[in-house]
Design a protein around this ligand. Sequence first.
Ligand code: GDP
Ligand code: MN
Length: 381
Amino acid sequence: MRLHEYQAKRVFADAGIPVPDATLATTVAEAVDAAGEIGFPVAIKAQVHVGGRGKAGGIKLVEDAEEARAAAEDILGMDLKGFTVDRVLVEQAVDFVNELYVGVTMDRGAGKPVAMVSTKGGVNIEEVAAENPDAIAREHVDPAYGLHPYQARKAVYDAGVDREVAGDVASILSTLYDLWDEKDGSDAEINPVMITDEGEVIAADAVFNVDDDALFRQPEIAQLEGETTDDDLEAMANEYGFDYVRLSGNVGIIGNGAGLVMTTLDLVDHYGGAPANFLDIGGGAKAGRVRNALEVVFADDNVDSVVFNIFGGITRGDEVARGINEALEEFDTIPNPVTVRLAGTNSVQGMEILNTDLVTVEETLEEAVQRAVADAEEVAQ
Ligand code: GDP
Ligand code: MN
């Protein structure tokens, strides 16, 4: 589960990390009022789950009420990389001299959590990580002991943070690690930590993602869930119990099993297409479930074609085929061409059962994906 910036900042602030004064607004009027109360200049920031909002025009610094109104009008309702902005954080602007990066995540390669600090914070940390990995100081953590204070200081020192603020930055890193640990975080990140002229250290952005499988023991985080899905399709998919991630392409993908779905995504990419989503329909593929999966994928305006990749195991291919037929018969019109690839138990019977008035059947995964990519290209033209 991904928290919004304003939610993550609340969690961070409760733990003692300094954050700017801020108010959440869902209308232009609210935003203007909030800005007046906070005092100019303020930053108006889109609250959607995408990175790089600054570069994409989702963050504006304003000097007075008029500019605040114009910025709020621009940002509220805007489409940011496929997400509609329905709320903004109105926040006291920080006059900074430096931007740092501070983060905690699981280093799967090392099999340990890792705490990170860099003085190359701001908007390009991914580039820094790729091109100049040494610019990020890293300390691996033994989860049994947590991040030792000396490790936090060492990371900050290794990163080359100014001495005057080193203690405060180390303390933010320690708090961030403790939160990540206590609240079952998967990623915790502050980019940037802003350093002001006076040597103040402030968390100007916040990312906090929490392990979905731990939400049962994180009631405070779990109760934020209703407000976190800014994507109607993800909300719909959650209700149906699918593992679903919306992506930016136009080839809809439905499969059973996460690995199979990932493989399909990779192949779509390989054949020059762009996946519109990840959707794992899970075990069993009865008509109802297939129908729900199709409803989610068809509801995505970006989708131009759909590919099913089903491996029959305990769920037999003939059952799946009947499910697909029944599900598609429920739609008055099928909005996008659908290609099916069945493999595994009873797949041959399944392929015979599939109604080819409704779907295209391909024998191999490669053929199915190529067909779906070609269909999507044709529709998109
Ligand atoms: P992101 O682009 O989604 O990561 O959003 P951030 O909150 O990290 O903001 C991106 C960039 O906008 C920051 O690195 C700053 O350069 C700028 N910015 C954000 N808030 C402020 C602010 O309060 N004051 C100033 N001067 N710049 C800000
Ligand atoms: Mn940021």
